[in-house]
Write a protein that binds this ligand. Structure first.
Ligand code: ATP
Length: 280
C-alpha cells in the first residue's frame, strides 16, 4: 500500500533569485510514493526552480519543505537525509559529470555517503546496468555522446538509490530511439519501486508516461490526473502548452459517436489501435 504521507512536499513555497522577481509564490506540491509525475509549464515558468527546491539545491524563501512529514533542516545531516531519498538529475549532463571516467562519476555519490567499498562497487555495477551503459564504465565522460552523457548522469543519481528520482527534461536532445530507451529504463526503475518526477515540454510524452501532472502557469501550480489536466484548455493556454494529439483524437472519436462521452480517451498510439480494433 502507498503511504498517505508524501515523501517530499513543498508547502506554501515561495522563491525569488537574488534581486529578481518572485519565480514561485505559495506553491504546494506533494510527491507520493509510486507515482510518475510530469511537471509542465512555459519556458521560464519555474520548473527547474521548483525541482531544485524539492531536492534541496535551493531553499524556499517562504514556506517549507517536508520529508516524510518533517521539516527539512538545511544542515549537513538534514541535506544528507534528503539526498538519500531524493535525487535530481539536472537538464545538462555537463553540469553534473565531472569525474575522469563514467564509473568514477557514478561512484561519487555513494562514496560521499561513506558506504563501504563493496557496497559502492555493487551500486555502481547495478546503476550502470540499469542505464545500459556497463560497456562505458571506463570511458572518459568527455568522450561520450550527449545521449550517453545523459545516461551516465542518471546512473549517478540511481546509484544513490533514491526513493524519488527527479529529472529535468531528461528526453530533451535525445533521438526517438534514445527517448524510448530512456522510458524503458524509467519503467524498470518504477517497477523496482522508484517514484519518478520529470519536467518536460513534451505533452504527448507526459500523457503517455505520467499518471499525475503538475502544471505551472502564472496562476500557480495545479496538480491532478494527467489525462484530466492535459484536456483542460484554459490550463493549457495559461501554461502555453499544446493540446496532446491523443486528447484531440479522443474528442474526435466522441464527436463521431465512436467513444462514449464518459469513456477515457486514448493516451498512446497503442491505446488508439486497440480502440479502433474494438469499434471495427
Ligand atoms: N540562477 C538564476 N539567477 C537568476 N534568475 C534565474 C536563475 N535561474 C533561473 N532564473 C529565472 O527564474 C525564472 C524561472 O526559471 P526556471 O529555469 O526555473 O524555469 P523553467 O520553467 O525551468 O524554464 P525552461 O522551460 O526554459 O527550462 C526565469 O525567469 C529565469 O530567468
Amino acid at each position: 500500500m502507498t503511504s498517505p504521507t508524501p515523501v517530499v512536499e513543498l508547502v506554501g513555497a515561495g522563491f525569488a533569485y537574488e534581486d529578481g522577481p518572485a519565480v514561485l509564490t505559495d506553491v504546494g506540491f506533494a510527491v507520493r510514493e509510486g507515482r510518475a509525475v510530469a511537471l509542465l509549464g512555459r519556458n521560464g515558468g519555474g520548473k527547474t526552480t521548483l525541482l531544485r527546491l524539492l531536492s534541496g539545491g535551493l531553499r524556499c524563501a517562504s514556506g517549507k519543505l517536508l520529508l516524510d512529514g518533517a521539516e527539512v533542516t538545511y544542515d549537513r545531516k538534514g541535506l544528507t537525509r534528503l539526498r538519500t531519498s531524493v535525487q535530481l538529475v539536472v537538464q545538462d549532463p555537463d553540469d553534473q559529470l565531472f569525474a575522469a571516467s563514467v564509473a568514477q562519476d557514478v561512484s561519487f555519490g555513494p562514496m560521499n555517503l561513506g558506504l563501504p567499498e563493496d557496497e559502492v562497487r555493487l551500486r555502481v555495477t547495478q546503476a550502470l546496468a540499469a542505464l545500459d551503459i556497463t560497456a562505458l564504465a571506463d570511458r572518459p565522460t568527455h568522450l561520450l555522446s550527449y545521449g550517453q552523457r545523459k545516461r551516465a548522469a542518471i546512473a549517478g543519481a540511481v546509484a544513490m538509490r533514491p526513493r524519488i528520482l527527479i529529472m529535468d527534461e531528461p528526453t530533451a536532445g535525445l533521438d526517438p530511439h534514445g527517448q524510448e530507451r530512456l522510458l524503458e529504463t524509467l519503467d524498470g526503475l518504477r517497477a523496482a519501486g522508484t517514484t519518478v518526477v520529470m519536467a518536460t515540454h513534451d505533452v504527448d510524452l507526459a500523457l503517455r508516461w505520467a499518471d499525475e501532472a503538475a502544471v505551472l502557469s502564472p496562476a500557480g501550480l495545479r496538480t491532478g490526473p494527467v489525462a484530466e489536466l492535459l484536456a483542460d484548455e484554459a490550463l493549457l493556454d495559461a501554461a502555453r502548452l499544446r493540446r496532446p494529439w491523443a486528447v484531440s483524437v479522443g474528442r474526435l472519436l466522441r464527436a463521431q459517436g465512436l467513444l462514449p462521452e464518459d469513456a477515457p480517451g486514448p493516451r498512446t498510439a497503442e491505446d488508439l489501435d486497440a480502440l479502433l480494433d474494438r469499434v471495427g
